[in-house]
Design a protein around this ligand. Sequence first.
Ligand code: PGA
Length: 264
Amino acid sequence: MKKPIIIANWKMNPASLKEARALFLAVARVASRVRNSQIVVCPPFVWLSLLGNFKKSEISLGAQNVFWEYEGAYTGEISIDMLKDLGVEYIIIGHSERRRNLIETDEMINKKIKLVLKNGIKAVFCVGEAERDEAGNYLHFVREEIINGLEGIPLSLFKNLIVTYEPVWAISSASGSDKPDFHPDTPEDAFQMATYIKRILFSLFGKRADGVPILYGGSVDVETGPEFLKKGNVDGLLVGRTSWNAEIFGKLLKNVNQLQKTKF
Ligand code: PGA
């Protein structure tokens, strides 16, 4: 197995620059000892500049979003050139929290993926259904997300594409007493979905899509992370809540490293 890609999605955390710095440096310390993963940290935009100064070769910097135009009158938006200037190498696109809370459409996501790939940055394209149904409509839903998100993108740009399967019902932000549908996914189910996504990519794009890494995300923790990698047919993990605490995330990185050493 290639080095798994482990992406820390800090979402809208932490609240202060001091905490962001401490978390980043702690992750960097662990990263310098675990060599078997590709570690990516995606902080909020406002901390990127400072963290770029501390960046170590073992960690790549990622962003949680980007705007699809290069420049202009777009209040509140951040451009690809700004992110490139800060050393960003990965950009999460189409996260379900943005699709749902900010009404990000497939069309907007498609424009962002095109821009990011054209600029030689890795696009971490998120797909996943909000609910399961017995008739299997959710499979069709995921397929449509992939088709729409990748429409018109030349195959020559696929080398920087990463597809992440995140079932919305398994993401920690979907938990809480008012959200009874929440439950963690299993590595066995992730295996089925990752295989399904690989098959869709192959049927749409042929052999060129063969190398596209598929990640899993949704309530990954220190114990389940290695299980998803071992049994889930995935090439990495997108980690939210578990990446917000240096000690816990460090443990996940060490567990993944251990797994790699055993060469499953
Ligand atoms: P979670 O978030 O690990 O907290 O469920 C994952 C994500 O939303 O990317």
